[in-house]
Structures are given as structure tokens and as C-alpha cells.
Design a protein around this ligand. Structure first.
Ligand code: TYC
Length: 103
């Protein structure tokens, strides 16, 4: 008689024992200096995107200011955002990837 309260015979909710980790978005931020081709290159290398996917994400950030790249667990999102940002910095570009938790 699982999920049934024996005394009242009413169904009771069982709290799931395992909860999914909250996912975090990696967000690409536009700037006026990083070359478009370099942004596409980083998106392909760090986020395993195809040329088409990377180009669309780059263009959305270019036109709208920001674009969500992908969602990961907190650790993975932060590591990828840092690596991608550092790759730009190593070439002297202000390219920026940030993270934020999903609602
Ligand atoms: N705005 C940049 C340019 O015109 C290209 C660019 C796109 C840079 C997206 C950053 O997140 C970015 N060269």
C-alpha cells in the first residue's frame, strides 16, 4: 500500500529522494572588438557546436547583446565560461562568457 496513508486511506505524496541539480546557463556577451570569426571558433572549440550553430549564436549575441549558449551543471557551466573567456583574453580580446542559474 505504497503512497497511501493507512489510517486515513488518503493518498500521500512521497518526496523524491533524488533531486536534479539546478542547471546554469552559459551566456555569450557582445562587445565591439572581438572578431566574429574568433567568437565562432571559440564556440565550436569549447562548446562543441557546428559552424552553423556557432554562427547563429554569435549573430544573436551581436544583434541582441547576449545569447544563451547552453546549459550545464553549475561546475561545468562555470569552467566552460572561464575557459572560453580566457581564450579570448589570451588573444587580447574582451570576449565575455557569464553564467546564471536557470529559473
Ligand atoms: N560585435 C563583434 C563584431 O562586430 C562580434 C561579436 C559577436 C563579439 C558576439 C562578441 O559575443 C560576441 N566584431
Amino acid at each position: 500500500m505504497s503512497n497511501v496513508d493507512v489510517v486515513t486511506r488518503r493518498a500521500t505524496k512521497t518526496k523524491p529522494k533524488v533531486e536534479r541539480p539546478k542547471l546554469h546557463k552559459v551566456i555569450l556577451v557582445n562587445d565591439d572588438f572581438t572578431p566574429r570569426d574568433f567568437v565562432v571558433h571559440i564556440l565550436k572549440a569549447e562548446f562543441r557546436m557546428t559552424e552553423d550553430q556557432a554562427y547563429k549564436v554569435m549573430l544573436t549575441a551581436h544583434q541582441r547583446g547576449v545569447c544563451v549558449v547552453a546549459v550545464f551543471t553549475k561546475d561545468v557551466a562555470e569552467t566552460k565560461a572561464t575557459r572560453a573567456t580566457d581564450a579570448g583574453r589570451s588573444k587580447g580580446y574582451p570576449l565575455l562568457f557569464t553564467t546564471e542559474p536557470e529559473e
